[in-house]
Design a protein around this ligand. Structure first.
Ligand code: SF4
Ligand code: SF4
Length: 184
């Protein structure tokens, strides 16, 4: 039979001698391998108490951005949804009313905005397509869940905290972006 890799190992089917039948040598070899790992650096970490640093180019959960006054950037143009290869984004547009200028930056805004994280492949094309800097992929990821509906993220879950009302949470949500934009 032709081997596909060089990892093929013939099974040793010869009869064991007396020493081998005691398994002492095999047990000793196994213990030696186990003990040799005690002094090696542990590859595992105590997650979730400890987390590994993310790569600077990591693309995680989406954030809907606000401007420095806390107004929503998204104008519901739909370009992100068109650019999305997984058709994971849906939205409903609405007209800004008089008196809502402090809530929405543009005359049109997303009354509804949803991303299906089970469809999303975290390619970042929505972020690239957005002309308003209204969406970006953060350094967090969607936590595991037992129900599919929990993975459909609504606007309320995606929207970044208000920079004036909750500056700490805002800065945390910005993550690496805060360093790039020099927000202290
Ligand atoms: S990251 Fe890619 S797949 Fe996910 S919503 Fe954005 S464009 Fe769609
Ligand atoms: S996130 Fe950006 S691209 Fe998507 S609808 Fe809003 S403004 Fe348009």
């Amino acid at each position: 039979m032709q081997a596909l890799t060089n990892r093929l190992k013939q099974v040793d089917r010869r009869k064991m001698n007396f020493l081998e039948s005691l398994y002492l040598v095999a047990i000793f070899k196994g213990m030696l391998i186990t003990f040799s790992h005690i002094f090696k650096k542990k590859p595992t970490i105590n997650y979730p108490e400890k987390t590994r640093p993310f790569s600077p180019v990591f693309r995680g959960l989406h954030i809907l951005n606000r401007d420095e006054e806390g107004r929503e950037n998204c104008t519901a143009c739909g370009l992100c949804a068109v650019a999305c290869p997984a058709e994971a984004i849906t939205m409903e547009a609405a007209e800004r009313q008089t008196g809502e200028e402090n809530l929405y930056r543009e005359e049109k805004y997303a009354a509804k905005y949803e991303i299906n994280m089970l469809r999303c492949i975290f390619c970042g094309l929505c972020e690239e397509a957005c002309p308003k800097d209204a969406i970006y992929l953060s350094e967090t990821f969607a936590p595991a869940d037992y129900q599919r509906k929990q993975f459909i993220y609504k606007k309320e879950e995606l929207l970044i905290p208000h920079p004036i009302e909750d500056p700490e949470a805002y800065k945390k949500a910005l993550g690496n972006r805060a360093k790039k934009e020099n927000i202290n």
